[in-house]
Design a protein around this ligand. Structure first.
Ligand SMILES: Nc1ncnc2c1ncn2[C@@H]1O[C@H](COP(=O)(O)OP(=O)(O)O)[C@@H](O)[C@H]1O
Ligand SMILES: [Mg+2]
Length: 371
């Protein structure tokens, strides 16, 4: 039997642990053509939930556009075109795309190494921000009002575009006329998503209904995980599953990553105990070690002290006398500077006033090194 645990990708169907209330809510918004903004931490299951709800909303089909890492308008347009050609009816799609964008002379070519199709534009033609409205119009031309759900994932990365404000303004104005097409904006970096949807001077201010995604309740997700192990003839007790959730900080993607490793280090008929959990963590450490060593190289001794203290004691009330004393700080402002650097490096993040590790396995690795 193949490893049933999947992480780092969108999961649907039997890989998707049911979240009926959330899915029902998303489906209802989709049905009424409502625009939605989805907030939630990384790896909590935002993309999967939105995608699953979109799949359930036939005859609409999901058009998934990934904004991750885009740095130019050019790249943005290409991502949207790429999402369009990923759909089935390639031939008709290409013809419409080529017609609409004749001015920028798009060509589709096959990369000989990866066999993936890529778009390129005539380099001598400057792509202007107005092309954004053309490409969004194209979505409606191609699908009409009732046949598509547009998902804009990692939407906050649009802020990294030069002229992002203009891009946002154009996007907002063209989307606002497509009243019956649901647009779902998904993002993982809270302060950036807030800057887009909550700041009153942003073009997207109050333009979509907010939906907050929390981790899957541990008892429901625990049953789902337990069933996968049982189907694969591995025995695991409830307390052990609780322990996995604790190590993974309750984040679904991290729980699955740990389970994937547990599966890899065990065989049929074996049971999962402390020993197996230790081997699974060691497997993860060996896969990720070079990244951890890089983090360590990037930080100073003081920053390391504060990181180790948070790893060991948790990241609540870190400016209390007790915490500062334990961490070896006498001065709150120097601790604050360390923490700022650690959040800038994306090692820690602020979760409602508590500092948490972005990667719970890095935390486990630090603790393992301490003992
Ligand atoms: N409903 C779910 N059932 C099972 N695993 C899930 C579920 N949602 C998320 N996951 C796990 O989390 C990982 C990341 O999910 P994803 O939807 O990409 O999260 P996000 O978009 O919030 O970063 C998945 O690969 C999977 O391991
Ligand atoms: Mg995602």
């Amino acid at each position: 039997m193949q490893n049933p645990f999947k992480y780092g990708q969108i999961v649907t169907g039997s890989d998707f642990c049911p979240r009926p209330e959330l899915i029902r809510q998303l489906e209802e918004h989709i049905k009424s053509g409502q625009n939605v903004v989805v907030y939630g931490e990384r790896r909590v299951g935002k993309s999967s939930a939105v995608y699953q709800a979109a799949i359930n909303s036939k005859p609409r089909i999901p058009l998934l556009i990934d904004f991750m890492g885009i740095k130019s308008i050019d790249a943005l347009i290409k991502r949207i075109l790429k999402a369009l050609i990923a759909q089935k009816d390639k031939q008709g799609m290409m013809t419409s795309i080529l017609k609409k964008f004749a001015a920028i002379r798009p060509t589709l070519s096959l990369d000989p190494v990866t066999s993936m199709s890529t778009f390129s534009f005539d380099a001598s033609v400057e792509i202007k921000a107005e092309s954004i409205s053309e490409v969004i119009d194209l979505i409606k031309d191609l699908y009409g009002d009732k046949k598509v759900v547009v998902i804009m994932d990692e939407f906050q990365d649009i802020l990294d575009l030069p002229g992002s404000r203009e891009a946002l303004a154009i996007l907002r104005s063209v989307i606002q006329y497509q009243t019956n097409i649901p647009y779902i904006f998904v993002g993982s970096i809270r302060h950036k998503m807030s800057a887009i949807f909550i700041d009153s001077d942003s073009p997207f201010f109050k333009s979509a209904i907010p939906v907050e995604i929390e981790p899957i309740p541990a008892d429901e997700f625990g049953v789902f995980i337990e069933k996968k192990f049982t189907e694969g003839k591995r025995k695991i007790r409830r307390e052990r599953i609780d322990r996995l959730f604790e190590i993974a900080g309750n984040i679904p993607g991290d729980v699955q990553q740990l389970c994937e490793a547990l599966w890899a280090v065990t065989k049929e008929k074996e049971s999962i105990d402390a020993e197996e959990i230790k081997s699974a963590l060691e497997l993860i450490f060996s896969r990720e070690r070079s990244a951890y060593e890089n983090y360590v190289r990037l930080i100073t001794g003081m920053q390391m002290k504060s990181l180790l203290a948070i790893a060991g004691r948790g990241g609540k009330s870190i400016f209390s006398n007790e915490f500062m004393k334990a961490a070896g700080f006498t001065n709150a402002s120097s601790l604050k500077r360390c923490i700022n650097r650690l959040t800038d490096l994306n090692l820690l993040f602020d979760y409602k006033g508590e500092y948490r590790f972005v990667n719970p396995f890095f935390r486990a690795w630090l603790i393992a090194g301490l003992s």
